[in-house]
Design a protein around this ligand. Sequence first.
Ligand code: DP6
Length: 337
Amino acid sequence: MSGMGRATAEAPANIAFIKYWGTRDPEATLPYNPSISMTLSECVSRCTIERREGAVGEDEVLFRPRGGDLAPAPAGFAAGVRHHLAALSKWAGAPGPFRVTTANNFPTGAGIASSASGFAALALAFTGLVGRQVSPRELSVLARRSGSGSAARSALGGYVEWPAGDDEGEGYAVELAAAERWELHDLVAVVDAGRKGVSSRGGHEAAPSSPYFQARLELLPERLEIVREAIAARSLADLGPVVEEEAIDLHLVAMSSRPPIFYWQPATLAVLAAVRELRSDGISVWATIDAGPNVHLICEPPSVEPVAARIGALPEVQELIRDRVGAGPRLVEEHVS
Ligand code: DP6
């Protein structure tokens, strides 16, 4: 896979049940609180890396959004990739400059963890390029060094916990359960596919200024335990209410940060209302929302079609992306071009 001096990796997005919100150590990207997520299978980033032989100067960073053409990456993403490349290059003792091309098959920057998948893919592709085999733990640390903490979780498949970690060396995610253990689905109700107004980074920085930040942290040990046990017992009845409560708390903290950050739109509330209606009709489906307006609907296989029918028919919903738990990143032969 490192033949011809190029390597390509594919890594999925993930959806957090317990959110990472607030960065304790921005230098090392260590969070205030542990987070737990499910790695997805359909929403993926593919990343190809090669060394720009004989070239001097900057790394070249190209990006292909869903349905678009390959072009120079947006400035923010390109800066993140260069920062990540510097860390990866130092780790491997392999100098650049490099050429990186990333393609996403889902909307970017709209709360579907595109940086998590993008940076996990970059970390794995880099190991392929330099011919180094790494453990999932090492890959998680390498992905985290991108500065996107949730990328530490996209380094693994299935159900994943990223502990708060006392020091830099402990900052890696671990598997709680393999994907095959429990077939959970994530239907993403896209109400706005555009880029979000405030980045997660901005949200992490502002979070401790909320009067509810500390209150949420105090609730988390119990929530984390319920989520770990619900995953072990495959109990959506136990998992669902906590996941929904936790998502609302993240946004409560964001909305009460100084200055306040609003990711929700009227359409977000319309989807949340429809989710409550579905539950009152006896369908077990639970909502979670990342740093954007789109709503992730978590359910088991028998509920997928009824949920898709009801939510997909809402005028506020532009698109429904069907995803589910997945196995994690892998090196692939087919390069992005
Ligand atoms: C709300 O800094 O890891 O998704 O938005 O992907 O840059 P990007 O991510 P990051 O923050 C993630 C925040 C979150 C919650 C979560 O995934 O835990």
